[in-house]
Structures are given as C-alpha cells and as structure tokens.
Design a protein around this ligand. Structure first.
Ligand SMILES: NC(=O)c1ccc[n+]([C@@H]2O[C@H](COP(=O)([O-])OP(=O)(O)OC[C@H]3O[C@@H](n4cnc5c(N)ncnc54)[C@H](O)[C@@H]3O)[C@@H](O)[C@H]2O)c1
Length: 261
C-alpha cells in the first residue's frame, strides 16, 4: 500500500486531500500544528485504520518512520488575515518547513509536491498570468511574508530537484473555495458568501478592477491527486532531472507517537 504524508492536514485543502487519498486506497499520514487548521475537519478520519495523525510543527525537524512514497506539503497559513497575524510562522513554514520536508523526501526516496500560490506573481502586471511570467512582488510590502515564503519554497524545491535529484512537483494554486472554509478567513469568496448569508451588501475593495481566478475545491483536489500521483516526470532544459540517490536517515524519530482516535 502506498503511503502519503500530507502536511496541513487539518486545514481546508489538506483535509480534503486526506479524504481523497484514503478513498484512492493510500495509507495517509496527516501532520498539522493546528495554527490555522481545526481537528474538526479530520475528526471523521480517526476511525480509519489507514489514517494516522501527528500534531507537529513542520518548521521543526520532521521525521516519519517507515516507507513514504509521496509528500504533499500543504502546511502554511493561506488567508491574508492569518498570515498578517503570524508573519514569522508564515515565513518559517515556507522556508524551514519546506527544507525539512524536502530532506525527508530525499531520505525516503519519496516524490514531494509543494503547494505554492498565484501570490508568487505578487501584484501582477500581466493578466492572466502564465508560468513564464516571473511576477511583480514587493518583499517589504504587507503581503511580502506570504509571497516571498512561497517564492523561496519554489526556489528550494527546484534546488533539491536539480542538486539532489529529488522528484518534485510545484502547484501554483489560485483561489480555491468550498466546504470547510471559514467564512471569516478573509479570502474574497467566503467573505462574499458570508455577507450574502447575512443579507449584507458585498464589499469590493479598491476601484473594483482587481481580478481573481476561482476554483471549486473538488476540481482542485482532483488536479492535485492527478498531478502528485499520476504524472511521473516533468523535465525541461531549465530543470534537468538527475538520478535520485536516497540515503538512510541519520536521526531516529524525534516525534511523539501518532495520535489515533
Ligand atoms: N485555498 C486556496 O485557495 C489556496 C491558494 C493558493 C495556495 N494555497 C496553499 O495551499 C495550502 C493550504 O491552504 P488552505 O487554504 O487549506 O489553508 P488552511 O489555513 O486552511 O490550512 C493550512 C494548514 O496548515 C497548518 N499549518 C500551518 N503552519 C504549520 C506548521 N508550521 N506546521 C504544521 N502545520 C501547519 C494549519 O494549522 C492549517 O491546518 C497552503 O500552503 C496555501 O498557501 C491555498
């Protein structure tokens, strides 16, 4: 049975991915420090024999015993309200957290997919954004903590791919919405839905010329499952693939026993 580690498992997207990978017949290891997530999103999974959960901060050393085939790194505050409240943790999970998980992927010979974002384009000057557009980001602006954490995340992921030959995937997610999103999480679609449910006018900030691409969560997770588990390689002249060398972990698990309910 294939084993997948999903970080950010108690969050909006991570919890849907746990559901989906269990349904697809994987053994799912969820990890989350619950800083913006909620155990309620995954409490229905604790009875599953193919699910275990670690309450752990991935910005600290991460190790999971046993075989690991895939890592989906979804841990990160994602709403502007959250990442402006916890800017240092946001930078740490994108940088140190991603570094830890890439190291784990390397020792386990696992493929890793990291959740990046359309915010890597910053305040884009090009619409719609294509992958060959590099963005327009202010590193010292208020959103810099999130945007630059994700840009560093992409850079270190590419470095592990080119230097260590780790099998990596980067998915730049645009606004996804759906069940388990918090109505007060600050993103535009739940904000609109919350106001509509309360019978209030919808608030549009600025001059109304801003654009968003929105995706219903079921499609987003279907793409992520397909992208992480199905596509076997993707190399371009800029991203040469080297043969992978896995080494044994030098440290034993520093984590507590997984929580099962
Ligand atoms: N939802 C979207 O539209 C969207 C768009 C672009 C990118 N993303 C990315 O997808 C991922 C998930 O987003 P989401 O909308 O589900 O957000 P979310 O806040 O609902 O979930 C994030 C989860 O990560 C956990 N987490 C944060 N820091 C952690 C740490 N240091 N260690 C362990 N767990 C930690 C939180 O507790 C939470 O459960 C994020 O990486 C985000 O940047 C989401």
């Amino acid at each position: 049975m294939k084993r997948v580690l999903i970080t950010g498992a108690a969050g909006f997207l991570g919890s849907h991915l746990c559901d989906r990978f269990l349904k697809e017949g994987y053994f799912v290891i969820g990890m989350d420090n619950l800083i913006t997530g909620d155990l309620k999103n995954i409490e229905h999974l604790f009875k599953e024999k193919n699910f275990e959960f670690y309450h752990h901060d991935v910005s600290k050393f991460v190790f999971v015993p046993g075989q690991l085939d895939y890592i989906l790194h979804f841990a990160s505050p994602a709403s502007p309200i959250d990442y402006l409240k916890i800017p240092i943790q946001t930078l740490k999970v994108g940088s140190l957290g991603t570094h830890n998980l890439l190291g784990l992927a390397r020792v386990k010979n696992a493929r890793i997919l990291v959740a990046s974002t359309s915010e890597v384009y910053g305040d884009p000057l090009v619409h719609p954004q294509h992958e060959d557009y590099w963005g327009h980001v202010n590193p010292i602006g208020p959103r810099g903590v999130y945007d630059e954490a994700k840009r560093f995340q992409e850079a270190i992921t590419m470095a592990y791919h080119t230097f260590h030959g780790v099998e990596t995937r980067i998915v730049r997610i645009f606004n996804t919405y759906g069940p388990r999103m918090r109505l007060n999480d600050g993103r535009v679609l739940p904000a609109f839905i919350g106001q509509a449910l309360r019978g209030e006018d919808l608030t549009i900030f600025g001059d109304g010329s801003q654009t968003r691409s929105a995706m219903w969560t079921i499609w987003s997770k279907a793409f992520i499952v397909y992208y992480s588990a199905t596509i076997t390689s993707r190399s371009t002249s800029e991203t040469p693939t080297r043969s992978q060398s896995a080494t044994s972990p030098k440290r034993s698990s520093a984590l507590p026993e997984p929580i099962r309910r």
